[in-house]
Design a protein. Structure first.
Length: 252
């Protein structure tokens, strides 16, 4: 059953800082959601935005899934871009959708909405990760420097990235695939701040999540790889089951 979005999703983002920390998969792991859910062919180098090319595809699925059309466009584009950059990853849009549903109800948590350019407003923020309530203690160094006192990190945006994780995986989807290709093909930070994007933009966040999942899981078409990827996002078997059941529901 799909979970209701909640601030405790920050637990997922806390675990996200532990890149590659997933436990070993078992041979009995359930099969992952299919990565081959059809997305129409789009021109990544066309004058028309690739995200705009997915409008009709997203519209049809929005009506049956309840996912906002603009969110579906972001998941679809991230899937296409990562399939070109890392074809061996086999990322599926339903996996991104499953994570986004659990993390922020597809960018709708707290009454947030998605603008035409992908910006999510008001910004979605989680609780301060100050070590209480079973959460990790994570200091936001940049905010601490600016404030002159300790500021604890908060997960950000529809995919709930913490600042340090975004610093490594963040990308600016609107600059175009050809510009981003070297970054998407490598598990390293974007070369410049202009390419790092914003965790509060659903296009950027979905693409960054795709990068993270591919780096953590390798081949997401395998039970082991998919589980590793989701465990890296949140080191919790319960979370893995939540994302799987939600993603499977979107395949119908």
């Amino acid at each position: 059953m799909a979970m209701t979005a909640r601030p405790a999703l920050l637990v997922a983002a806390v675990a996200a800082v532990l890149a590659g920390c997933g436990v070993s998969g078992e041979s009995s792991d359930p099969l992952p959601p299919r990565a081959s859910e059809s997305i129409p062919a789009i021109r990544l180098d066309a004058a028309e935005s690739p995200i705009d090319q997915l409008r009709e595809w997203a519209r049809a699925r929005s009506e049956t899934s309840g996912i906002p059309m603009r969110a579906l466009q972001a998941y679809g584009y991230a899937t296409v871009a990562m399939s070109k950059a890392q074809p061996g990853c086999h990322l599926g849009w339903v996996t991104l959708a499953g994570i986004a549903r659990v993390e922020s109800n597809h960018a709708r948590f707290g009454g947030a909405t998605i603008a035409a350019d992908g910006s999510v407003r008001p910004p979605i923020r989680g609780i301060a990760l100050d070590g209480t309530g079973g959460n990790a203690q994570i200091v936001d160094p940049n905010a601490t420097t600016r404030a002159g006192h300790t500021v604890y990190a908060r997960a950000m945006g529809p995919f709930q990235f913490i600042p340090d994780t975004w610093k490594r995986w963040g990308v600016h989807a609107a600059v175009g695939y050809n510009t981003l290709a070297p970054t998407l093909k490598a598990a390293k930070p974007a070369a410049t701040s202009g390419l790092s994007g914003s965790p509060d933009n659903i296009d950027d966040a979905a693409l960054a999540a795709g990068r993270y999942l591919c780096a953590a899981g390798g081949d997401l078409a395998t039970a082991h790889g998919w589980r590793q990827a989701i465990l890296a996002y949140n080191h919790s078997a319960v979370y893995v089951d939540q994302v799987r059941s939600t993603a499977l529901g979107y395949q119908k």
